[in-house]
Design a protein around this ligand. Structure first.
Ligand SMILES: Cc1ncc(C[n+]2csc(CCOP(=O)(O)OP(=O)(O)O)c2C)c(N)n1
Ligand SMILES: [Mg+2]
Length: 277
């Protein structure tokens, strides 16, 4: 269990990352705020508590790796990396503008700290399995962490990765499904029903857990359990709220890529600072 001080530190960081993400997207005027906000606690937990990384040496040998396969969540990944010191915070205001190092979707050739280029849904997951296999072959004591979306999990490539990773007993691959129940233009349930997500992963012989993806204690417990399951890859299905912390988007079905005005930005940040999340 995490101690109270750690939980308070993580909650404070998560709030700062949410606020940075809102500023970043508002400066551009629009962006994938829904899917960026739903993974903030997962990112915060990994980058501030779990991963063996060195922002001063982004390509450190033997480090843990992170792949955000739902590459459109780039803005909250960047807010996290900037706060960790991978690059100057003022880069955040260049999000997706000409000449930027922070394109809307994660790009390993541009952004220090991004371990794999993503955006074409499904592909990052396969890359993560390949990276985890490489770590295993090298005998490294390191992990690959992966986030996939629930809509993304409708891609056939995800399930090819699932069988590959269990065949190769990739106990060092720890994945999270951001189960926010929404995809680009509606509820996953209305597009392709993902309600049997747990048994799907079990069927592919993964170690499967289901948690509240905004709860640090649950994230910690699940990651430690995942590490203990050394003979299988792990999937931690995280129940989350799309747009969590960006109140104008919460509960709105079309909250995928949204316009974020200066007024929305001000109100959302005020709400967060007032303790909305
Ligand atoms: C192969 C591919 N098809 C379509 C898209 C367009 N697209 C971007 S995000 C998205 C919805 C993804 O839904 P989900 O994984 O649930 O993301 P989240 O709810 O976390 O934003 C789609 C269809 C894409 N990026 N890649
Ligand atoms: Mg989704």
């Amino acid at each position: 269990m995490l101690d109270l001080q750690t939980i308070e530190m993580l909650e404070k960081k998560a709030k700062e990352i949410r606020i940075s993400t809102i500023h970043e997207i508002a400066h551009l005027g629009k962006g994938h705020i829904g899917g960026a906000m739903s993974i903030v606690e997962i990112l915060t937990y990994l980058y501030y508590h779990e991963m063996n990384i060195d922002p001063k040496n982004p390509k450190m040998e033997g480090r843990d790796r992170f792949v955000c396969s739902k590459g459109h969540a780039g803005p909250s990944v960047y807010a996290t990396l900037a706060d960790k010191g991978y690059f100057p915070a003022d880069w955040l205001l260049t999000l997706n503008k000409g000449g930027t190092n922070l394109p809307s979707h994660c790009d390993m050739t541009k952004t220090p700290g991004v371990d794999f280029t993503t955006g074409s849904l499904g592909q990052g997951a396969s890359a993560a399995a390949g990276i985890a296999l490489g770590q295993k072959i090298k005998g490294e004591d390191s992990y690959t962490y992966l986030i996939v979306g629930d809509g993304e999990s409708q891609e056939g490539q995800i399930w090819e990765m699932a069988e590959f990773a269990s065949t190769h007993k990739l106990g060092n691959l720890i994945a999270f499904t951001d189960f926010n129940r929404m995809q680009l233009d509606g509820y996953t349930r209305d597009v392709i029903n993902m309600d049997n997500i747990d048994t799907r992963w079990l069927g592919f012989n993964w170690h499967v857990q289901r948690i509240n993806g905004h709860d640090f204690d649950q994230l910690d417990y699940a990651v430690q359990q995942a590490k203990a399951a050394k003979d299988r890859p792990s999937m931690i299905i995280c129940d989350t709220v799309k747009s969590r912390g960006y109140l104008p988007g919460v509960g709105v079905v079309a909250n995928h890529s949204m316009a974020v005005s200066e007024d929305d930005e001000k109100k959302a940040v005020q709400a967060l600072e007032g303790g909305a999340v």
